[in-house]
Design a protein around this ligand. Structure first.
Ligand code: GAR
Length: 204
């Protein structure tokens, strides 16, 4: 299955997905990477693999609706069976949602529905939870509200700051995300995937 990846930043989840594909642990094919930011390191990773690296900057469009439509067109050019958000820091609009209904998944650094939106590891520390983690979910019109497909737990350690906690959450993401993409690429149903038993991520 061809997978289009949307990423705004570093791209460590993209790198983990690419590694899983290279090592035969994920049955997907990378169709290309799209970003809202021309400087996103994730685009470099795509270029290094000879993949399309496409920038759709909001500033180049008259309004949010025009940007959303341009994004939907750019994704469609890659002819993906699945669209994955790997650190894509913008809300997906109605044109993109309609074009890829139930075919967009996101990875988020908390156990949703706790701590949606920005700075989820910071939110977890501020709330004083002892366990947080990551979630892979379907994308709908809300902020991190779509159907949960899989989760992995990560323990909060004494003395954690947001960066240290996020690094351990990301290690859990790097294991979980390619597994879910693999299951979707193999045509597993959402119900089957939602029944995954996730072990706890290793303690530091
Ligand atoms: C990941 O931890 C992902 O869960 C988070 O951004 C990071 C991107 O890292 N996404 C969100 O917070 C979305 N709400 P990466 O660029 O290294 O993959």
């Amino acid at each position: 299955m061809r997978v289009a990846v949307l990423a705004s930043g570093r791209g460590s989840n993209l790198a983990a997905l690419a590694r899983a594909i290279d090592e035969g642990r994920c049955a997907a094919t990378l169709a290309g990477v799209l970003s809202d930011r021309a400087s996103a390191p994730a685009l470099e990773l795509a270029r290094a693999r000879g993949l399309p690296a496409i920038v759709v900057p909001p500033s180049a469009h008259a309004d949010r609706a025009a940007w959303d439509e341009a994004l939907a067109r750019a994704i469609a050019q890659l002819e993906p069976g699945l669209v994955v958000l790997a650190g894509f820091m913008r809300l997906i609009g109605p044109a993109t949602l309609a074009a890829f209904r139930d075919r967009i998944v996101n990875v988020h650094p908390s156990l949703l529905p706790a701590f949606p939106g920005m700075d989820a590891p910071r939110q977890a520390l501020d709330a004083g939870v002892r366990i947080t983690g990551c979630t892979v979910h379907l994308v709908d019109a809300g902020v991190d509200t779509g159907r949960i497909l899989a989760q992995a737990a990560v323990r909060v350690s004494p003395g954690d700051d947001a960066a240290r906690l996020h690094a351990r959450i990301q290690a859990a993401e790097h294991a979980l995300f390619p597994r879910v993409v693999d299951a979707l690429a193999r045509g597993r149903s959402m119900d089957e995937i939602a029944r995954f038993e996730e072990g706890e991520a290793p303690r530091p």
